[in-house]
Design a protein around this ligand. Structure first.
Ligand SMILES: Nc1ncnc2c1ncn2[C@@H]1O[C@H](COP(=O)(O)OP(=O)(O)OP(=O)(O)O)[C@@H](O)[C@H]1O
Length: 307
């Protein structure tokens, strides 16, 4: 696994850790000769909330669909709950909930009928939970799906995914159509439900504030690979943004170990640095006769710099 950062792409699993929920090795997928996934290696331990980040077109949807067996792969192996995806195992899929990016199935069905119909496919279905979420999210159980707004359909897809109380919940941009209030409520509900020991959530999103609220591990998909998976707190504690300014401006950035990215904007030099002590930055500013501003990056800043 390649890495943008100097620390390992994934933390080493402690010896006593239970089997991972997902283990992906060498996953490759191309569309019409264009390689989208170029050998994804990714191990997802149980009990984590993971935010999958990547630019538009990075391949997040493709990766999530491949992981769940919804799209064929060209090469590589996928293990779900310890067994290869190639082996039959419907009961393993009962332990997975999935919220796709768009939900436009069964427009003629009413909300309640659709949920009852879906429940019949699952070994376990929490009817009380589904009813409570419908009520809280003001979804009319007698309304036809085709008449729901995009946001209401997304809420319904989330209810459907959560009601079986899955061990693994995979969500592809689940909050894109939700208003801020519904997003907060959804994130709160999601974290409460999936906070039980051993439950795992993977969700792709462009809304980095949601990942900050969820205190998620961040997995970055870039150049067809997972570049790193790290707790957000760790990323933030190891990376910082230093801005050096001087009237003469900058032609070439000064060489210094730990600089991941350098960018000149007018008289300022913006550096994204990893594991560089503050004293070292002050020394650099003194040597370069520049003023120094140190900023703790938000996840959005990191995404812009690294993705
Ligand atoms: N069925 C398909 N046929 C051809 N190309 C496809 C298909 N599905 C995806 N692609 C291409 O694969 C690439 C990755 O698409 P994907 O939807 O996985 O990206 P993404 O990271 O989820 O993007 P976004 O953030 O915009 O949702 C894109 O270039 C897309 O055009």
């Amino acid at each position: 696994m390649t890495t943008l950062l100097s620390f390992p792409a994934q933390p080493a699993a402690p010896v006593s850790e239970p089997a991972p929920v997902l283990r992906v090795q060498g996953l490759r997928k191309a569309f019409e000769g264009r390689q989208v996934l170029c050998g994804v290696d990714w191990t997802v331990p149980a009990g984590r909330v993971i935010g999958l980040l990547g630019r538009n077109g990075a391949g997040k949807t493709t990766l999530l669909r491949c992981l769940l067996g919804l799209a064929p792969v060209d090469a590589g192996s996928i293990e779900l709950f310890g067994a290869p995806m190639t082996e039959p195992g419907g009961e393993r899929l009962h332990r997975v909930g999935f919220v796709p990016q768009g939900f436009d199935l069964f427009p003629w069905m009413k909300v309640r009928a659709y949920l009852d119909f879906t429940a019949a496919f699952y070994a376990h279905w929490n009817h009380a939970l589904a009813a409570r979420l419908l009520d809280e999210w003001q979804l009319d159980s007698k309304q036809k799906i085709g008449r729901l707004s995009q946001g209401q359909r997304q809420k319904l897809a989330i209810v459907r995914a959560i009601a079986p109380e899955p061990d693994l919940l995979v969500l592809d941009e689940p909050v894109a159509s939700l208003d801020p209030q519904a997003r907060r409520a959804f994130m709160g509900e999601l974290l409460a439900l999936m906070g039980a020991p051993g439950k795992t959530v993977i969700f792709s999103t462009h809304i980095t504030a949601d990942l900050e609220r969820a205190d998620a591990d961040i997995a970055l998909l870039r150049d067809g690979r997972i570049q790193f998976v790290r707790p957000l707190a760790e990323l933030k504690s190891r990376l910082c943004h230093a801005v050096l300014s001087r009237p003469a401006g900058w032609t070439t950035p000064p060489a210094m170990p730990g600089v991941l990215k350098a960018r000149v904007a007018g008289a300022s030099l913006h550096l994204l640095v990893e594991d560089v002590p503050t004293e070292r930055l002050h020394q650099l500013a003194k040597d370069e006769e520049a003023s120094l501003r140190i900023e703790m990056p938000t996840l959005e800043d990191l995404f812009v710099e690294l993705a």
